[in-house]
Design a binder for this molecule. Structure first.
Ligand code: NAD
Length: 486
């Protein structure tokens, strides 16, 4: 059976008849065959979304009705949570417990945005004339949305829930590597009764489908999550009609640990920071900055714990870390490990592919690094941690900020004032004090510097799917009197 895409309220095959096989990265076996869209399919979806927005009345559907639809999606997703978790586990490789967590977060995201649409919106102003000045928020129009493979369902929902809540129509393209949960999600959209053309799913590759969406003059906004190199291409493609853009890109985020912490606790968080989701997390704590005096002891404890991580297929109950997403990505990660060795860093543990079927790589830690090394500067997007050493606060901040990225960062210390001093100096959009990774639908997500433009989630993420319109209402029924009458 060939899985179809959803365009203008119909489940369709690509015009070209092409297909793509979807693999389970833990077994290297084909788990599904999906239709492979290209430019003509993307055009069809854009045309449908345009019509649904401009002519079919979706943008005038009452906020409460949009909320009802989103609540209905959340309920169905919750009812089928196990089915969705299993799909993401098979398609992406992540351990089942992580996939379950993602589904429950996705349900929460739909509910959050369903709740927001009926809350107070806009502003009024006291202006120096007899005029009521006010601002209303309106949908932007047709939103193109492109996501990566690391959180197949969640990344889709972060984009779809606020866009639909705000009254936009969407053309959504998941990663071609992990489209399965998005297909199921669009089946729910159909079931709950979104009108034809409001939600469109186009499957296919980035340079064809993604590029078409990003470049189309019929698309009013492009929202992208993925690599920084791709983000740059999207931004260039978007210049044709100066569409609104939001970009959630890569990172090389610092996790800074001072010598006053409880070592066991900080080690535990440091492991979670880098090895959750096999390190394939844009906000991963992939650089561990240790204060000199605790460096050796910390690394010893960390290596001991890293070596105990159970790596295996997501469906095995003991698995704590799954495979990497694909052979190509595994090879990229292994190449970085070779680069690290060639650059003279010390391999404290790991470093190898695990000898079994599937794209499994050992949890890997490098010490004795230098700030200019490629493994310190570049995003590896795998289970590879680089350790850096610092003397004092000043050096910690300098090292922490010394990459092109600025997505996330954390500090561990028992000194509350110092924690806040450090966090305020971090050039990063998502930060923690004495924790790493927990973030919430309620709070904005996004990066400084080359980690992105704009924010998703929370009220910021909702506003990012709206235009701001000022309306000035004259309270006097009389001429303006600017030009003489005769
Ligand atoms: P990627 O950039 O290769 O692909 C992401 C998406 O873009 C895919 O759907 C792909 O098909 C599409 N694409 C590729 N080339 C394109 C083009 N020329 N035009 C339009 N679309 C194109 O990223 P990936 O390998 O899927 O994911 C890993 C990257 O995503 C990492 O760099 C990671 O940091 C980043 N990421 C960032 C966040 C965040 O919130 N900041 C979250 C998750 C992942």
């Amino acid at each position: 059976m060939i899985e179809k895409m959803y365009i203008d309220g119909e489940w369709v095959l690509a015009e070209s008849g092409e297909t793509r096989e979807i693999l389970n990265p833990a077994t290297e076996k084909v788990i599904a065959t999906v239709t492979e869209g290209a430019e003509p399919d993307a055009f069809k979806a854009i045309t449908a979304a345009r019509r649904a927005f401009d002519h079919d009345g979706w943008s005038e559907v009452a906020a409460l009705e949009r909320a009802r639809l989103l609540y209905a999606v959340a309920n169905k997703l919750e009812e089928r949570a196990e089915e969705f978790a299993e799909l993401d586990m098979l398609d992406n490789g992540k351990p089942l417990r992580e996939a379950q967590f993602d589904v429950s977060d996705a349900v929460g995201c739909f509910r959050y945005y369903a709740g927001i649409v009926s809350k107070p919106q806009g502003q009024t102003y006291n202006v120096p004339d007899a005029m009521q000045a006010m601002v209303v928020r309106e949908p932007i129009g047709v939103c193109g949305q492109i996501t990566p493979w690391n959180y197949p369902l969640l990344m889709a929902v972060w984009k779809l829930a606020p866009a639909l809540a705000a009254g936009n129509t969407v053309v959504f393209k998941p990663s071609e590597i992990t489209p399965l949960s998005a297909i199921k999600l669009f089946a729910i959209f159909e079931e709950v009764g979104f009108p034809k053309g409001v939600c469109n799913l186009v499957l296919g590759a980035g340079p064809t489908v993604g590029q078409t969406i990003a470049a189309s003059h019929e698309v009013d906004k492009i929202a992208f999550t993925g690599g920084t190199v791709t983000g740059r291409k999207i931004m260039e493609a978007a210049t044709g009609n100066l569409k609104k853009i939001s970009l959630e890109l890569g990172g090389k985020s610092p996790n800074i640990v001072f010598d006053d912490v409880d070592l066991e606790t900080a080690v535990d968080w440091a492991l979670f920071a880098i090895f959750a989701n096999q390190g394939q997390v844009c906000s991963a704590g992939s650089r561990l900055l240790l204060q000199e005096s605790i460096h050796d002891r910390f690394v010893e404890l960390l290596v001991d714990r890293a070596q105990k991580i159970e790596v295996g297929p997501g469906n095995e109950p003991n698995s704590e870390m799954g495979p990497l997403i694909s052979e190509a990505h595994m090879n990229k990660v292994l190449k970085y490990i070779q680069i690290g060795l060639a650059e003279g860093a010390t391999l404290a543990c790991g470093g190898k592919r695990i000898n079994r079927k599937g794209y499994f790589v050992e949890p890997t830690i490098f010490t004795n690094t230098h700030p200019e090394m490629q493994i310190v500067q570049e995003e590896i997007f795998g289970p590879v941690l680089v350790v850096q050493k610092f003397k004092d606060e000043g050096e910690a901040v300098r090292l922490a900020n010394n990459t092109i990225y600025g997505l996330a960062g954390a500090v561990f210390t028992k000194d509350g004032a110092r924690a806040q001093r450090i966090i305020r100096k971090l050039r990063a959009g998502i930060t923690w004090i004495n924790a790493y990774h927990p973030t919430y639908n309620e709070a904005p997500w996004g990066g400084y510097k080359q980690s992105g433009i704009g924010r998703e989630l929370g009220t910021f993420g909702y506003e990012a799917y709206t235009e701001v319109k000022q309306i000035n209402i004259n309270l006097l029924d009389e001429p303006v009197g600017w030009f003489k009458r005769e």
